[in-house]
Design a protein around this ligand. Structure first.
Ligand SMILES: Cc1cc2nc3c(=O)[nH]c(=O)nc-3n(C[C@H](O)[C@H](O)[C@H](O)COP(=O)(O)OP(=O)(O)OC[C@H]3O[C@@H](n4cnc5c(N)ncnc54)[C@H](O)[C@@H]3O)c2cc1C
Length: 420
């Protein structure tokens, strides 16, 4: 078998057997016969969460959009569908998802398995839109999970880290399609963030701040405005001292904006504005690593100050630091469980030797602020610390034991951070 790597190329999967089934029956047969199984989505995670030392299943060939129920406002997809294709389909039929991550190339099921998020004070993580799933569990049976039927157990299943089984089908809530305009402002002084953090994050439907920490402030403010709530004549001449950009910009300094979604206040459909990157351009791969820490909203400013204090250490290693806001949810393994959060995301240069020296320092600096790592990105926090953030961890373990008593879907990552 050829070496299989993740999107960033920093991980070689260890599985001895790699399958791309073309039907649910084939998935069931593989699961029944394997000793240990994991599923990969679009392989955008930066750590070994999806890895297996035995069998990996990719649902890349189970990538059909199955039904759109216009009355119930739901869409049902197969387990291998990516946000890009789903978004185009929904738009054609007049529907939308409330939010998206920074790029549309990620698989829907893989993103929801790790509580992937976009930005917006009113926008919870993407898993919050999931309404039902069909999951091939450890004995090979396909089990139907739904928000209506499962009740509290659903809150455990919706962010499963891939440990409950193979999600072969997913049903998501949809909303009517909407238009968004994107405005980018440059050079936001840190002092303004100190004084106006909440105003800045509530100033648009989705807000991102970007810095490379080569200066004491944020290089860019990205505002994604709902056209229904906002008209171009309301566009601000400045945001707390940050000036409007004169052309489309890439989030990372010095890179061409051709890969990016349209800015400069040009209205467009939700799926072509909410992600930073366009589906028809594959962002470069293999030259970055990512980490992210989700901090309860009340500690946002203090946590940002702690990161700023490290800026001389961080700047040489960083492509960019992006700050986003995420609304709370009810999902047991979501880092935003019952609390609004600020995401402190770091796109590192591809230099693991150096990044692994700095990560413990950064995690120590963020420790007073209960910073919980994104499940799909690189972190070095001890497992005891990670576990301490999840009050529903005992219930999550019980859920896994109920459907997978032998631990067929556990790998090193799950054994460490969930059962370790
Ligand atoms: C360029 C880039 C941009 C990113 N932007 C964002 C962002 O804006 N916001 C954010 O929060 N994160 C972001 N991420 C992180 C990314 O969203 C998560 O790592 C996500 O989990 C990746 O999904 P995937 O489909 O690639 O799944 P993988 O990385 O392949 O797997 C992730 C998890 O999903 C499970 N899984 C996948 N498919 C199935 C299935 N069918 N059944 C059961 N389990 C399954 C796997 O077992 C694993 O546990 C980004 C990553 C990259 C590389």
């Amino acid at each position: 078998m050829d070496q299989q790597k993740n999107w960033a190329g920093n991980l070689i999967y260890q599985a001895k057997h790699w399958y791309e089934p073309e039907s649910v029956e084939q998935v069931q047969a593989i699961v029944q016969h394997a000793s240990h199984v994991r599923v990969v989505g679009s392989r955008h995670s930066f750590n070994d969460i999806a890895d297996s030392n035995d069998t990996i299943i990719s649902l890349a060939k189970l990538n059909q959009i199955l039904t759109l129920d216009k009355d119930k406002r739901t869409v049902t997809i197969e387990g291998g569908v990516r946000y890009g294709e789903l978004s185009s389909f929904l738009q054609e039929h007049g529907f939308a998802l409330p939010n998206l991550a920074s790029l549309p190339h990620i698989s829907v099921v893989g993103a929801c398995a790790t509580a992937t998020h976009g930005s917006g004070d009113r926008n919870p993580c993407l898993s919050s839109s999931v309404r039902a799933m069909k999951i091939v569990t450890a004995n090979g049976e396909e089990v139907q999970f739904s928000r209506e039927k499962q009740g509290e157990e659903w809150n455990g299943a919706a962010v499963s880290l891939g440990a409950l089984g193979v999600v072969t089908e997913m049903t998501l809530d949809v909303i009517p399609s909407f238009e968004v305009s994107q405005y980018v402002y440059e050079h936001l002084p840190f002092q303004q963030v100190e004084q106006h953090l909440d105003d800045i994050f509530s100033s648009a439907y989705s807000v991102s701040l970007f810095t490379d920490w080569k200066q004491d402030g944020f290089n860019k403010v990205w505002l994604k405005q709902l056209d229904a709530e906002f008209t171009p004549d309301q566009a601000r001449p400045d945001i707390y001292g940050a000036r409007p950009a004169l052309a489309n910009l890439h989030p990372l300094p010095g890179l061409e904006a051709i890969h990016c979604t349209e800015q400069m206040g040009v209205p467009g459909p939700w799926f072509d504005r909410l992600p930073h990157f366009r589906l028809d351009f594959t962002p470069s791969s293999g030259s970055e690593l990512q980490s992210e820490y989700l901090v309860p909203r009340q500690y946002a400013l203090e946590a940002l100050k702690a990161v700023r204090n490290m800026r001389e250490t961080l700047a040489p290693l960083l492509h960019a630091n992006e700050i986003r806001s995420i609304a709370k949810d009810t999902l047991w393994l979501s880092p935003c469980y019952q609390q609004d959060a600020i995401g402190i995301h770091l796109t590192w240069k591809d230099n693991w030797e150096a990044v692994q020296q700095v990560l413990p320092q950064l995690e120590a600096a963020l420790e007073p602020f209960q910073a919980r790592p994104h499940w799909g990105k690189v972190f070095m926090m001890p497992k005891e610390r990670v576990q301490s953030f999840y009050e529903k961890l005992p219930e999550f373990r019980q859920l896994l034991e109920k459907y997978d008593p032998e631990g067929k879907f556990r790998n090193k990552f799950i054994n460490t951070y969930i059962f370790g």
